[in-house]
Design a protein. Structure first.
Ligand code: DAT
Ligand code: MG
Length: 140
């Protein structure tokens, strides 16, 4: 079976808190390979593409504003079933109830903001991964 790829982001809260290394360590400790990596300040246009599925939801505008509030780290991780595997490492969306042992469960909590701030993004399907990798790594 051919190896799978996923797009992972360390969001502005993760970068501000100095958790880039921690997130990368958890990905590598699990045994996935990081095959592309960049730090960037995402602009609105890029974020609108990335979060197109959420357009119109109440948290959409706060989500875009949060994601452009500081630098992020984008990376591609590879390995068999890495999409599912990284989502398991990340934990569920709401950090308050995300399982201890996960990135969100261990490192994030409710901040009382309109959008949930939860350290990381991970693609949720092979189609999303291909689409998102093309957005953040044009030409790769
Ligand atoms: P995930 O990042 O777990 O795939 P998602 O794609 O449904 O979650 O949503 C994208 C981000 O938007 C999520 O990481 C945090 C925020 N978010 C999702 N649902 C929310 C809600 N009901 N209220 C506030 N923020 C939300
Ligand atoms: Mg999602």
């Amino acid at each position: 079976m051919s190896s799978e790829k996923t797009l992972i982001l360390v969001k502005p809260d993760g970068v501000r808190r100095g958790l880039v290394g921690e997130v990368i360590s958890r990905i590598e400790d699990k045994g996935y390979h990081i095959t592309a990596l960049r730090m960037l300040q995402a602009d609105r246009e890029l974020l609108q593409q990335h979060y197109a599925e959420h357009e119109g939801k109440v948290f959409y505008e706060p989500l875009i504003e949060f994601m452009e509030s500081g630098p992020i780290v984008a990376l591609v991780a590879e390995g068999n079933r890495v999409i599912e595997g990284f989502r398991a490492l990340a934990g569920t969306t709401d950090p308050t109830s995300a399982a201890p042992g996960t990135i969100r469960g261990d490192l994030a909590r409710d901040q009382g903001t309109k959008v949930v701030q939860n350290i990381v993004h991970g693609s949720d399907s092979p189609e999303s991964a291909a689409r998102e990798i093309a957005i953040f790594f044009k030409g790769n």
